[in-house]
Ligand binder design. Structure first.
Ligand SMILES: Cc1cc2nc3c(=O)[nH]c(=O)nc-3n(C[C@H](O)[C@H](O)[C@H](O)COP(=O)(O)OP(=O)(O)OC[C@H]3O[C@@H](n4cnc5c(N)ncnc54)[C@H](O)[C@@H]3O)c2cc1C
Length: 263
C-alpha cells in the first residue's frame, strides 16, 4: 500500500524511513504547466517535457510529480529525469500502457501547448551521502528517469564517487536514453553505463539478460566494498534486483528503491 493513498482514522504514530527535512509541512505545491515536447523514443516510450508557469523549479533528483490531465480528475505519478532549475523545466520518460488513461492521452492527444496541473515535487527516493562509497544505479525501462536525474546531479556537482548504471529493457527496439547517458559519461569521469537486453535479436551484440542477472554476476567480486544501490522500475524487476543484491551480501540499508506501482 502506498502511504500517500492511506488516510488515518484516529491518532497514530508513524516511523518514517527518511530524514525530517524531507517532510513537507506546507502541503504539496500545485502549479500549472505547458507541454513543450511530446517525443516518441521507442514504440512504447515517450519523452514528455513541460514548462511550469512558475520558473522556480527546485526538487531533489529521484523525486516525482503527479500530473493531472486537462479537464479530468485523472492524476498519475512520474519521476523527473532532469535536475532542479530556474526555468520551470520538467522532463519525464513515460512507458505507454495499453488502454491506460495517461498513456492514451500521450499516445493520441498530447500536443505542445496543452496545459497540465502538476502536483509536486513529492517522494523520498534520492541520493544518500555515504562518503566515497561507489553508487550503482539499476533501471528497468522508464525506471531510468530518476536514476538519470541522480547521475546528472552527480555530473553537475562533479561528485567523486565511482558510479555505474545498468539499464535493462526487453528488446533492442526498447533501448532509449543513450545520448543522455553518453552526455553524463562525458562530464563525469567515474561514470560507466551499460544496457542489457532480455530478448536480444540477431543484431544485438551487447550484454543480455536482466539487470538482476548483471548484478548477480558482478556483485560477488566486490565482497566487502559493496556499493550503494539505487533501483527503480516495475515491481518484479525491483524485487529481482533486491534478491540478487541481498543474496550477494549487500546490506539492506545500502539498497534504495522506487517501484513504479500503478497509481
Ligand atoms: C512514485 C511513482 C513514480 C512513477 N514514475 C513513472 C515514470 O517515471 N515513468 C513511467 O512510465 N511510469 C511511472 N509510474 C507509473 C505511472 O504512475 C502510471 O501508473 C503508468 O504510467 C500507467 O498510467 P496510465 O494512466 O497510462 O494507466 P492506467 O489507466 O492507470 O492503467 C491502465 C492499465 O495498465 C495497468 N497498469 C497501470 N500502471 C501500471 C504499472 N505501473 N505497472 C503495471 N501495470 C500497470 C493497470 O492495471 C491497467 O490495467 C510511476 C509510479 C509511481 C508510484
Amino acid at each position: 500500500m502506498l502511504l500517500c493513498r492511506t488516510f488515518p482514522r484516529g491518532p497514530l504514530t508513524a516511523a518514517l524511513p527518511y530524514e525530517q527535512s524531507r517532510i513537507l509541512y506546507g502541503g504539496v505545491p500545485v502549479r500549472e504547466a505547458t507541454v513543450t515536447a511530446v517525443e516518441p523514443l521507442t514504440p512504447e516510450t515517450v519523452r514528455l517535457e513541460l514548462r511550469l508557469d512558475d520558473p522556480d523549479c527546485q526538487f531533489d533528483p529521484g523525486q516525482f510529480m503527479e500530473l493531472r490531465l486537462p479537464g479530468s480528475e485523472v492524476k498519475r505519478a512520474y519521476s523527473l529525469a532532469n535536475t532542479g532549475n530556474w526555468e520551470g523545466r520538467l522532463e519525464f520518460y513515460v512507458r505507454l500502457r495499453e488502454g491506460g488513461h495517461f498513456s492514451s492521452y500521450l499516445a493520441h492527444r498530447a500536443r505542445p501547448g496543452d496545459r497540465l496541473t502538476v502536483h509536486g515535487p513529492q517522494g523520498a527516493f534520492g541520493l544518500h551521502e555515504t562518503g566515497l562509497r561507489p553508487r550503482w544505479f539499476v533501471a528497468g525501462g522508464t525506471g531510468l528517469a530518476p536514476l538519470l536525474a541522480m547521475a546528472r546531479r552527480m555530473a553537475e556537482w562533479q561528485e567523486p564517487q565511482p558510479a555505474r548504471l545498468v539499464l535493462g529493457v526487453d528488446e533492442p527496439q526498447d533501448v532509449f536514453g543513450l545520448d543522455e547517458l553518453a552526455a553524463v559519461a562525458s562530464e563525469l569521469p567515474g561514470f560507466r553505463y551499460e544496457v542489457c537486453v532480455r530478448k536480444p535479436g540477431p543484431g544485438w551484440s551487447g550484454p543480455t539478460g536482466t539487470p538482476a542477472d548483471q548484478l548477480a554476476g558482478a556483485l560477488p567480486e566486490l565482497a566487502d566494498t559493496a556499493p550503494d544501490l539505487y533501483v527503480c522500475g516495475p515491481p518484479p524487476m525491483v524485487d529481482a534486483v533486491l534478491h540478487a543484491a541481498t543474496t550477494a551480501g549487500v546490506p539492506p540499508e545500502r539498497i534504495h528503491r522506487e517501484r513504479f506501482l500503478a497509481t
